[in-house]
Design a protein around this ligand. Sequence first.
Ligand code: PBG
Length: 332
Amino acid sequence: MSSAPIVAPYPATRLRRLRRTPALRALTTETSLSADNLIWPIFVTEIAGGEGEIPSMPGVDRLTLDGAKRAAETAMRLNIPAICIFPHSDPDLKTEGCERAWDPENIGNKAIRAIKEVAPDLAVMTDIALDPYNANGHDGLVRDGVILNDETVEALVRMALVQAESGADILGPSDMMDGRIGALRAALETNSHKDVAILSYAAKYASGFYGPFRDAVGASGRLVGDKKTYQINPANREEAVRCVARDLSEGADMVMVKPGMPYLDICREVKDRFAAPTYAYQVSGEYAMLEGAIRNGWLSRDVVLESLLAFRRAGCDGVLTYYAPQIAEKLA
Ligand code: PBG
């Protein structure tokens, strides 16, 4: 009988060697996630009875101003460096002119000041877009069904200056109008807010994954048409790269890719090409997908950490995620 071996005797490389024990796996871990990498998006309501759980985002609540203060304290305790405020504003006060967007007393600006009162060291990020205050749900001003780019940019500048005045550390323009970063940067420079940072939603796609967010801020059912004339076509990669290049050249300090999980290729490319602080937004629909499956027992809760680690592996410096407090607690 022949005794010829049935497998080759010595593989040159045994990759399993370094996976054998927890210590060896720890030594060879390439990326890490810590609370430092998290930005926590919260929803703050000004509507009586508007607080409480968002049905399409189980586990995420709309907060009152007091609730926002408590969230800020939680962020501080968990070493989460930044919170991002999204307003759930009174539907009766939404107008075609979006005038409330630059009202110092709108709920977003009140929340900035309330949070700064209890947690002055916590970085406060805002959203700059007209949708919370727009009667037709768009991020820009609309005339005869057309989004007006330059008029919108003027409105965004007003909105931004009031947010900066209220104490925001990081402005997050999410509107996707052309020229907004340059206009915002110039206005901040000339209005004694030169140290306010801009985290541009630079590569923001026209995505179905924002659905639960629009429920959360009360914009669902209000939006006339879609956002495809300003957000990026999900089929496109080069266009996202050009958006990021443009926003950095206009004065963005940090850039974002949004949504996150379906766009990890864009995250990697943006980080490699520009070597700028790069963030991903794990958006509401991604949260709903994971949380829905977890609550049904179809996935283990471990997938949350896995999903966030993926952003780090893809080159992101940080992630905006509704899981921020939960994961920071787990990592603590
Ligand atoms: C709107 C804005 C959106 C999100 C953040 N800012 C929605 C949209 O563009 O329609 C989505 C965030 C999420 O889905 O979690 N300016």
